[in-house]
Write a protein that binds this ligand. Structure first.
Ligand code: ZN
Length: 169
C-alpha cells in the first residue's frame, strides 16, 4: 500500500468530474488500498479518488470511533437514489482543504446505490454521519466542494488563503 500525495485547494483537478469504473480489477483494488492508507495517514474519515488525482468514481470512508477496530468502506460508482426532506447540519472539513471547517446543511438521510470491492451492486440507506460523509464524497466525484455551500464571501476568503499559501510553498 502506498500513501499518495493529496490534491489541495485551489488545484483545478478538484473541479474535474470523475468517470465511472467499468470493472473492479486488480488496479481498482490497489487504488482502494492506497486510498485507505492515505486517508488513515492524514488522518481523515473519507476520501474520493480525485483527491489523489485520479478522476474515477470511487470513494472510501471509515467512521470507526477511537479505540474501535477499523471499518473501511469502499464505494464504487456511487449514486444517490433518494434524499430525505429532513435535513441535518454537521461541521465539515476536507483533506483537500486542511484545517478549515464550516457547518453544512444536507439531507439527513440518503439512499445510495454503489458497487462494492467484490464488484457486486449494493444499496445502503444512510443516516447521521454516514449520510453526510457519503454526500460530501459523492460531491467530489462531480467536482463539488463543501465550501460551495457556504457564503460566497467566506468561500472567496478560503480560496484566497489557500492560493496565497500555495504561492509561498
Ligand atoms: Zn472532501
Amino acid at each position: 500500500m502506498t500513501i499518495k500525495p493529496l490534491i489541495i485547494l485551489p488545484d483545478p483537478v478538484l473541479r474535474q468530474v470523475s468517470s465511472p469504473i467499468a470493472q473492479v480489477d486488480d488496479a481498482v483494488r490497489k487504488l482502494s488500498d492506497d486510498m485507505l492508507e492515505t486517508m488513515y495517514d492524514a488522518p481523515g474519515i473519507g476520501l474520493a479518488a480525485i483527491q489523489v488525482g485520479i478522476p474515477k468514481q470511487m470513494l472510501v470512508i471509515d467512521l470507526h470511533k477511537e479505540g474501535e477496530e477499523k471499518q473501511p468502506q469502499i464505494f464504487i460508482n456511487p449514486e444517490i437514489l433518494r434524499s430525505s426532506d429532513e435535513r441535518s447540519a454537521y461541521e465539515e472539513g476536507c483533506l483537500s482543504i486542511p484545517d478549515y471547517y464550516a457547518e453544512v446543511e444536507r439531507p439527513a438521510k440518503v439512499t445510495v446505490k454503489y458497487v462494492d470491492i467484490a464488484g457486486k451492486e449494493q444499496i445502503v440507506e444512510a443516516e447521521g454521519l454516514l449520510a453526510t460523509c457519503l454526500q460530501h464524497e459523492i460531491d467530489h466525484l462531480n467536482g463539488v466542494l463543501f465550501i460551495d455551500y457556504i457564503s460566497r464571501l467566506k468561500r472567496e476568503m478560503v480560496i484566497k488563503k489557500f492560493t496565497k499559501a500555495k504561492m509561498r510553498a
